[in-house]
Each structure stands twice: as C-alpha cells, then as structure tokens.
Design a protein around this ligand. Structure first.
Ligand code: AMP
Length: 512
C-alpha cells in the first residue's frame, strides 16, 4: 500500500488552508479549484446544492439568509447561531462542508486523501476539539490528530528556518513567543521546545480583538472625512453604505501596511469624495487596540514564568501582524526583531502537514518521539456560595495555564443541617464571583441520609487529562458516598447524530 499523504489543514474562522508534504518532505499549500491558496470558510445552501468558498460568498451577498460563515466560533455549541433556510444545523456540519471542499480540491491534484491533521486555537476546550474532529469525520477524513495553531506555526517556522530539524527536533532549547493577530481573534502562546518535546508554558488572548477592530477605526476616519465634505450625509447610517465603507476601510488598512498614506474615492447616494488617510493618523486612532495586545503578551510571558531575556524566538502569525505597528511595538517590547519570514496565511497549515508527516512516520514503524504538552487555557472552578455573604464565589480548582494532565483536590462543607444532596457546580473561566464563567456541568450526590450535620466534609477532586477531558468526583468521606461526573456537555453531536449526518452528507456529495 502506498504511504498515505501527510496532510495538514488550518480550518480557520474566515479562511481555511490545506497543505501537504511534497516528495522532498517540504510543506506545500494545495491550491483550490479556483486556483487560490486560501478558501473562505463560507458555505452557501442552495435548494439542492451546497457551494463552498469564494462562490459561496458571492451567492451570499445576494441571499445572505442562505450563507453560513464563522461556524468555527460556534464549534462546541449544539447548533449554529443562524438557522439556514429555517433549518438548525450543527456547526460541525457546516465546517465539514468546508473540509470536504478542501479534500476534494486536493484530491483532484494528488489522488485520494483519507487522513489529516487539523489545527485549532490554543484556547479551544475539549468539546470544541471534539467538534472539530467530528467535522473531519463527517467530511470523510480520519483525523490523525488535532494540534494547536501556535504549535503548528512554531513547527513550520522551526523546520523551515532551520532551528528544528525535519523531525521537528530542536537543536538547543528554544523558548518561543507566538503572537497571532488574525481577523477576529488575538492570541499569544509561550512554548518551550526541547529536542522533540513541545511544552506549552502559557497561553492567553482576546477572542474579541482582531483585524476587524482596526477596520472599524478606519471606517470612522473615512466617514469623518467624507462628512467634512458632505456634512449631512453619513454613509454609516445605512446598511449598504456601511458594508461598502467597511470594504473600503479594510482595503485602505492593507494598503497602509505597505505605504505611508492612501487615498480612497468614496461615493454615497450620488455624492463623491476623495479622502486621504496617513499611516501616522491610523496608528494614532488604533493605538489602544495595539496596547491591548502588548498588555496580553506581557502577562502571558509572566504566566509562563519567563522574562524577555529568556525568549529565543518571537514569531508573528495572523494576517493582521503585517501591520508595521505590530512589529515595531514588539521590537521595542522584547528588544529583538520578530520573525515574520513565513507566509502568515500558510504557516499553520504547513506546520500541520509537517506534524502529519511525523505522526505517519511513527505509525509506519518509526518510534513516536514527539510529545506535545498543553496547558488548560481557562480556570476550572467550583461555583459555590460564600457562607458569610451569601454571594456566589468561584473556588479555582485548576488555575489556567496548568500543565496537563493535572489533578486537584479541595475540601468543602455541607451548608445546612440535614442536607439531602450535594451539588458541585463546575465552571470554566470567569472572575472570582463566577461572573462571565461558562457552566460546564454539575456533579450531584443525592439521597443523603437524614440528620447529616451542617459542615460535614465534602471532598471534591478534579482530574484533567491530556486530551482535555475533565472528570469531577464529589465524596462525603463520613458516609462513604460519592458521585462522579465525566464532563460531557449537552452540546456536541452524539455518535448516532454523526452517523446520520454522515449518511446524509455522503448522499448529497454523490449528487453534487
Ligand atoms: P487571518 O485570520 O490570519 O487570515 O487574518 C486576516 C486579517 O488580516 C484580516 O483582518 C485582514 O484585514 C488582515 N490583513 C491581511 N493582510 C493585511 C495587511 N497587509 N495589513 C493589515 N492587515 C492585513
């Protein structure tokens, strides 16, 4: 049997990329059927046809109610946030259409593909990872592994610029900061690579910060200047005007990465204006956004227990790190030049392909030597009530950025005399009072015997496995009673649902 192709897929929020290792073991992006290196993660549902990518965006501009975009944000939820043609679809299904197009386009160039490594953001929790794996399965792919985007980026930079050999092995210990500013999210990861051991030391970010925020600031600049000429005409006030302005703004922003100033011709309701924006002005009105990324980068580095002088590499990923203000700020902060030598759009898929190659070689008889150790990206806590104040209180069991696997045990007490059940409410993220946390399940010990004194000890244990699966145990040692909860959220697809959808999608693909 021929050795399977080493395929890596960057399944992005706005764009996706598929890459493979060529005959010389070098990662290469596979162009899609339109001839592009990146494919918009957009799916258009026609009456009996499903269209993915650039064509989906075009069709969606006319009939937006049939267009599904940004499904990645909803991975791990039961259904996609927007019903399509009145039907509620699991986000996995939408993502599986994107994967199926990448797979089919790649197959037309390379022959059959059945295995792939898919990347996810470092902050994805276990249900979101599982959803990604399920999307792969629905697309007819065996997902040999799911790895973090920054890990993939580090592998690609390392192998392609020579600080890692072809097996992904470091020559000396590397401490790497990966700064990833994309279209809609920002994240920073600090990682240590020692030989073939990859250890994520800390990760953090801002899921509501990205290139789009810079676009909106540019919209303000353009609109103000337009209104200088036409004081009673605000293009932001109608949806079509705003959409056009936003498109112009993004274009202007990209131009300013290469030039000091840009001139935009803008027309609205028959009134035209020529507006010019300088890079200096644009940087001035977006300085606070950049400052947020600076602040996060520093605090993640601190969480990792490193100083800038410990860091051996600073890598830039994500389209928005092309803005000159980003590398300038990072150079000043770290006293070193950041490395943006790889194509920002392709680095993650390339790293995934290299990793797929390493995994497949291990499967083909060579020993598996690469290990990847991750951290949990959010606090995992028990949400209780503070006896003195009656206010909700989150007791952190496993703090964020703890190396996995992790285990933790704490003692609590029953709150009332004659308590008949104990409920352990498990939450992820949020502040000390549990605000903004996500509830991920409850562990309940029921039918306790009458007369249990107030303040009886309750022992709670959290076990967090390397694959991100959390098991919670609540035990009343005085009664020898316990309850165990393997956290499985209500969300996500059941095995039967995956099978059903798998059949449906298979027959649809045959029809198309
Ligand atoms: P990604 O999600 O990594 O593909 O990043 C896409 C984001 O990068 C979008 O917000 C783009 O507007 C932005 N972007 C791409 N190229 C440039 C550029 N040359 N200058 C500034 N932003 C860019």
């Amino acid at each position: 049997m021929a050795t399977p192709l080493a395929i890596g897929i960057d399944l992005g929020t706005t764009f996706s990329v598929i890459a493979h290792l060529d005959a010389n073991g070098h990662p290469k992006t596979i162009t899609n059927s339109e001839g592009d290196l990146t494919t918009p993660s957009a799916v258009f549902f026609d009456d009996d046809n499903v269209v993915v990518g650039k064509e989906a965006l075009k069709a969606g501009a006319i009939e937006p109610e049939r267009l599904a975009q940004f499904a990645k944000r909803d991975m791990g939820e039961a259904v996609f946030s927007k019903p399509i043609n009145g039907e509620e679809l699991p986000p996995e299904v939408i993502q599986s259409y994107v994967l199926a197009k990448l797979k089919a386009d790649a197959e037309s160039k390379l022959g059959p593909i059945d295995k792939a490594v898919i990347t996810v953001p470092a902050y994805f929790n276990e249900p979101r990872r599982k959803a990604t794996q399920d999307a792969g399965q629905l697309a007819g792919l065996e997902v040999i592994d799911i790895i973090n985007e920054p890990t993939a980026a580090a592998i690609a930079f390392g192998v392609e610029s020579g600080f890692l050999n072809a097996n992904g092995e470091s020559i000396k210990t590397e401490r790497i900061v990966i700064y990833d500013l994309g279209g809609g999210t920002f994240d920073v990861t600090v990682m240590e690579i020692d030989g073939q051991n990859y250890r994520v030391k800390a990760t953090g970010g801002d899921v509501y910060l990205g290139g789009i925020d810079w676009d909106y600031r540019m919209v303000e600049l353009l609109a103000q200047q337009f209104m200088h000429k036409h004081p009673n005409l605000d293009p932001r006030e109608d949806a079509v005007g705003m959409q056009r302005l936003l498109r112009e703004a993004e274009d202007a922003k990209r131009s300013l990465s290469a030039r000091e100033s840009v001139t935009v011709m803008f027309e609205h309701h028959g009134q035209g204006a020529r507006v010019t924006v300088n890079r200096v002005d644009f940087e001035h009105v977006t300085a606070d956004l950049l400052e947020r990324t600076r602040f996060t980068t520093n605090s993640v580095l601190r969480d990792a227990g490193f100083e800038w002088s410990d860091v051996t590499r600073l890598l830039l990923v994500g389209g928005s790190s092309r803005m000159p203000m980003v590398s300038r700020m990072l150079t000043k902060l770290s006293d070193r030049a950041p490395d943006a030598s790889l194509s920002l759009d392709e680095a993650v898929a390339h790293g995934a392909a290299i990793y797929a190659g390493i995994r497949l070689a291990a499967g083909a008889g060579q020993p598996q030597q690469t290990t990847i150790q991750n951290v949990n990206s959010h606090n995992l806590s028990v949400l209780g009530v503070e006896a003195a104040t009656g206010r909700p209180r989150a007791h952190v069991m496993i703090p964020r950025n703890t190396a996995l696997p992790a285990k933790s045990r704490s003692q609590f007490k029953t709150q009332k005399p004659d308590q008949r059940s104990v409920v352990v409410q498990v939450v992820e993220g949020g502040d000390a009072s549990g605000n903004n946390s996500t509830s991920i399940g409850r562990c309940v010990v029921r039918d306790l015997p009458r007369g249990l004194p107030q303040g009886s000890p309750v022992e709670v244990t959290f076990r967090y496995a390397s694959n991100g699966r959390l098991t919670v145990k609540a035990r009343l040692p005085s009664l020898d009673r316990e309850a165990t909860l393997a956290i499985e959220r209500d969300s996500g697809m059941t095995d039967e649902a995956i099978q059903d959808w798998g059949q449906k999608l298979k027959s649809k693909r045959r029809k198309n």
